[in-house]
Design a protein around this ligand. Structure first.
Ligand SMILES: Cc1ncc(COP(=O)(O)O)c(C=O)c1O
Length: 496
């Protein structure tokens, strides 16, 4: 394929290839003991036996008791070969290593000890891994087999509706038990934490897709989730809270008076609609104070991007089976970056290793345009400053996004891996307003039957803009549809 012949879509912000912030590959190897993640939390004190000594990634994490062993044991069911056997890690193929996360107190890279109070050993190992492929434990594959591989569909009715000769495919993650891509990492995180004897996971959630997915995964591994949901979504979208409760977990509005950081935020901003950054602070605080609990993040961190790679790994196989040489361009919505990373990173790796020329577009909301309007710099992942400083595109932790329907996209920052990919020029980005994205969602519903999640409508709108303005005949356009909007239907009211 001649990449020069492919016009860059309009409105996409170009990122320069600026290498000055990076150290050598050798530095990253020596940083293996320094973990680019949570660093400034208070340890609950009696967790020393859970601290990782090494950062190897093993297939079998070694259950800690008979009861644990039972829920982690494989069922022995036949898992189709189309369910991925390995996760892909773009950290093996980046032309330049990622800048490490920093301990805000010292401005030194954070260490494994900093992370151990909050994360399972295997997840910490994955966080810093530069191994290209990581085997997926069979017990996780058995759960994935409930809905994976997710369908790749040629959107012929949408093509007809648009009158385009481009070939539009969508990869649909809405078929998971909770309706989005989030279980791809929730199941892995619950599994590795259970293997370490953890019984509770705390987390934040926006629209509730992540909270419900973690509750689902915890139920399968005999654990519970305690979830802080951004107040705007908690009030507007009770159904996913009910879902969490059905799975045996609990959900609070954030900010709440249950945590010091929540109380402080409520004092300062009694009427705040909340944000993901605030909810992260509350969930981190609770996990740090409870020895039986760990924290789980539904996006942003490297290990989450790795787990989501099942989407792109499947896409490569499915495109080949459909007789396509490659995807020409892939669109996905971007909140913290995980579904975008999941569908694009295996293809970016293929570009880097094999010379394919697929292009990638992050579609973010105009209401929280971290890539297109933010700065690339070190910033906290949360509002209270409990996390390490992450090198990422950010609007600043004080930024409280307007209460748009796409609650899962209301985040001030962006995954450091996605940010690095953008910064290196491996991916472009565009920002889309809410009305345009819902119009695209309605068009998909009326032509293909799927009512997309409000977050996913941004990817569809980005793709439709491209197809109707720039796509060549026969160009292969792939849309990541990260979830269904069945529990978000009130958001569609007045748009139909
Ligand atoms: C359906 C759906 N898509 C996308 C997102 C955005 O998250 P990420 O950018 O990590 O994929 C969310 C977040 O909750 C979501 O629920």
């Amino acid at each position: 394929m001649d990449s020069a012949a492919v016009a860059e879509p309009p409105r996409y912000r170009e990122r320069s290839r600026d290498a000055d912030t990076f150290s050598s590959r050798e530095d990253v190897v020596t940083q293996a003991g320094h973990l680019p993640c949570w660093g400034a939390v208070t340890s609950h004190g009696n967790d020393h036996d859970r601290r990782p000594e090494a950062t190897t990634v093993s297939q079998n994490p070694g259950p800690s008791s008979d009861a644990t062993s039972e829920v982690l044991h494989t069922l022995g069911t036949a898992v189709p070969s189309t369910v991925p056997t390995r996760w892909y890690n773009l950290n093996a193929d980046f032309p330049e290593p990622m800048p490490p996360a920093l301990n805000p107190a010292t401005d030194e890279p954070v260490t494994a000890d900093d992370l151990a109070p909050l994360f399972a050993e295997e997840l910490i190992a994955q966080e810093v891994s530069t191994q290209r492929y990581i085997d997926i434990p069979q017990a996780i594959r058995e759960v994935y087999a409930l809905w994976r591989p997710s369908p790749l569909v040629r959107a012929r009715r949408l093509e007809r509706e648009l009158g385009t000769k481009a070939k539009i495919y969508y990869k649909y993650e809405g078929v998971s038990p909770t309706g989005s891509h989030k279980p791809n990492t929730a199941v892995a995180q619950a599994f590795y934490n259970k293997a370490q004897g953890i019984s509770k996971l705390t987390t934040e959630t926006g629209a509730g897709q992540w909270g419900a997915s973690l509750a689902f995964a915890c139920a399968l591994f005999d654990m519970v989730a305690e979830v802080w949901q951004v107040r705007a979504s908690y009030d507007a979208k009770p159904y996913r809270r009910y879902q969490m409760e059905v799975y045996g977990s609990s959900c609070h509005p954030s900010p709440s008076d249950l945590t010091a950081s929540g109380r402080e935020l409520l004092d300062r901003m009694p009427d705040t609609t909340g944000s993901l950054g605030m909810a992260i602070s509350e969930a981190v605080e609770v996990a740090a104070g409870d020895p039986s609990a760990h924290y789980a993040l539904g996006s942003v961190l490297n290990h989450v991007m790795i787990h989501q790679s099942v989407i792109g790994e499947e896409l490569l196989e499915q495109l080949a089976a459909a007789g396509e040489e490659q995807a020409d361009i892939v669109f996905a919505c971007a909140g913290g970056g995980s579904n975008l990373a999941g569908i694009t990173f295996p293809l970016i790796g293929q570009n880097l290793r094999e010379g394919t020329t697929t292009r990638f577009m992050a579609c973010e909301p105009e209401a929280a345009p971290s890539i297109t309007k933010g700065e690339y710099r070190y910033d906290f992942g949360d509002v209270a400053g409990l996390t390490p400083k992450l090198m990422m595109y950010t609007l600043g932790t004080d930024f409280v996004p307007p209460a748009i329907h796409a609650g899962g996209l209301r985040y001030h920052g962006m995954s450091p891996m996605v940010s690095h990919a953008v910064h290196l020029g491996l991916m472009g980005a565009t920002a889309i307003d809410q009305d345009t994205s819902f119009r695209a969602g309605v068009l998909l519903a009326r032509s293909e039957g799927i009512i997309p999640a409000p977050e996913s409508t941004h990817a569809i709108a980005g793709a439709l803009d491209y197809v109707t303005t720039s796509a060549r005949p026969d160009e292969v356009v792939v849309i990541g549809v990260s979830g269904n909007g069945v529990l978000d239907l009130p958001a569609y009211e007045g748009r139909v």
